[in-house]
Design a protein around this ligand. Structure first.
Ligand code: SF4
Length: 505
């Protein structure tokens, strides 16, 4: 309708190519107008007009960026003849624009090169303090990307909070529900093994009803979407307490602590030769202990709303240290205990395939198999059987990530290590934490994200992508590609720990 309103004249324009210079088809409206008004002149503007006519204001920056990218390729001798012609056309147009400022900006952009400039010692100390307060998730964030760590923990850039229920809130609700449930089990004196399934479901529902009606200024009952989500959360918590009841009952480990906080001060010698200190704090979701005739064994469990698994290669690079850090803290808290397992429990209510002949008990077994804990366990069959007494040669466990071949050795997909290897992981993790803390306090803020094939790249969900400019194609921005192969990791950890001991004399 607007096309019929002009009083003096109407100019209809369309783009002949996209921002990369590839041809695009005009809208069907152009064909209609050409048919209706065959005598109206049809003029190409690219050779004679300013950049305002070539690119709409909103696209101009993108065109300038493409132009800068092409200039860099040209300087590197990587531009083919056709693209050279396109680049020449674009430069001509930009050069003819008013005072030529657009071309100047493009030339500046094409020469841009990222170089890492660390924070000075005094700024780093001003931001992080003389004794840095940290957590394992913060150190993992630094290992994944020092710049994202700086923006988050140094500058504290945050998105504006909204009145909504997000994934983090979901984890918070699960943790609160399980903590309350576990305290109630402890107070009842019956223990997890003495708890009936109906009683467990009733307790879980009661706790969840209260949480749903009070959590986050009643956000969970604020609209129909959240009310439907609350039903799901309630179902998941009911399923989880039933599965945890089964997993505890399958072995001899007794849940001892829930949401157990810890705090530890650690020191290291910085590159400047000075002694630095940081304080690490955290909270372990669950600590289980088993007292056998000869030993006391320890297992820690972390509740996750996402399906996370342990990866020793990610631990090696500092990207997944949580279980090792928590196990180390739990061993120090309990004293004189041996590591048996560091595990994740996925809070979920999985759907399994079954046929008409499947009994309720068989279906429940399938669900338990799906909810088998992930992580890493002690490969010693005697210790493993303290976590699942049904585990025999040639069978797999529905409780822990371990299956034995007929000769009683772990199947290849099992995540099982010897006691010495587990202790080595803990020792290596301490060294890794010191190294990462040293780099943070040394002012490292480089844009150098860590990529591993098996895990999500850190840039995928990063809130700071528009701040760091890694996607701009400017040279100097690089990423660390880490090897996913885990076969040699224990040996690499051993060498690294030994080298540190040798250095320390
Ligand atoms: S987008 Fe990637 S490189 Fe940029 S801050 Fe985030 S993680 Fe780091």
């Amino acid at each position: 309708m607007n096309m019929a309103k002009p009083s003096d004249g109407l100019i209809v324009s369309y783009t002949a190519c996209d921002e990369k210079g590839s041809p695009v088809q005009p809208s069907y409206l152009i064909h209609m107008l050409c048919k209706l008004f065959p005598a109206v002149p049809h003029r190409r503007s690219a050779d004679s007009h300013s950049v305002e006519e070539v690119a709409a204001p909103a696209d101009r920056h993108a065109v300038a960026r493409v132009c800068a990218d092409m200039l860099r390729e040209y300087a590197g001798g990587r531009l083919d003849p056709e693209d050279k012609m396109r680049l020449a056309g674009l430069c001509r147009i930009m050069g003819s624009h008013d005072d030529g400022s657009t071309l100047d900006a493009v030339l500046n952009m094409s020469c841009a090169h990222y170089t890492h400039t660390p924070l000075s010692d005094s700024i780093a100390e001003g931001i992080y303090g003389t004794v840095m307060q940290t957590s394992v998730s913060r150190l993992e964030r630094f290992a994944a990307c020092a710049y994202a760590h700086f923006l988050s923990y140094g500058l504290r850039l945050r998105e504006r909070p909204e009145y909504s229920f997000e994934n983090n809130d979901m984890g918070d609700v699960y943790h609160k529900a399980l903590e309350e449930f576990s305290n109630r089990v402890s107070e009842s004196g019956a223990g997890w093994n003495g708890l009936g399934s109906e009683e467990a479901a009733a307790w879980a529902d009661e706790i969840m009803d209260r949480l749903i009606n009070t959590y986050g200024d009643t956000i969970l009952i604020s609209n129909n979407r959240n009310i439907a989500l609350s039903d799901r959360l309630k179902r998941i918590v009911r399923r989880s307490v039933d599965t945890i009841r089964y997993q505890v009952g399958a072995g001899d480990f007794i849940p001892k602590f829930f949401e157990r906080g810890f705090s530890e001060s650690r020191s290291f010698t910085g590159e400047d030769g000075a002694e630095h200190t940081y304080r690490l704090t955290g909270k372990i979701d669950r600590v289980d202990i088993c007292e056998s005739d000869e030993n006391r064994y320890l297992r820690i469990v972390d509740y996750k709303s996402g399906n996370r698994d342990f990866d020793i290669a990610a631990l090696y690079h500092g990207l997944m240290m949580q279980l090792a850090v928590y196990m180390d803290a739990a061993l120090k808290i309990t004293g004189d205990t041996q590591p048996a397992g560091m595990l994740y429990y996925h809070m979920s209510d999985p759907v399994v395939s079954a046929d008409a002949d499947t009994t309720d008990e068989e279906a429940a077994d399938l669900v338990r198999g799906e909810l088998r804990m992930k992580g890493v366990v002690n490969s010693d069959p005697d210790i493993a059987r303290l976590m699942d007494r049904t585990l025999t040669a040639g069978t797999g466990s529905k409780v822990i990530p371990l299956a034995y071949k007929k000769d009683n050795t772990p199947q290849a997909y099992s995540k099982a290590y010897t006691t010495d290897e587990l202790k080595l992981m803990l020792e290596y993790t301490e060294k890794k934490m010191d190294e990462l803390s040293s780099r943070i306090m040394g002012g490292c803020i480089e844009v150098h994200p860590a990529y591993m094939k098996r895990s999500d790249p850190p840039c995928r969900w990063c809130d700071y992508a528009s701040v760091c400019h890694i996607a701009s194609g400017i040279p100097g921005y690089e990423r660390s590609e880490y090897d996913d192969d885990s076969a040699d990791i224990p040996e690499a950890m051993r060498r690294s720990v030994k080298a540190q001991k040798d250095n320390n004399g």
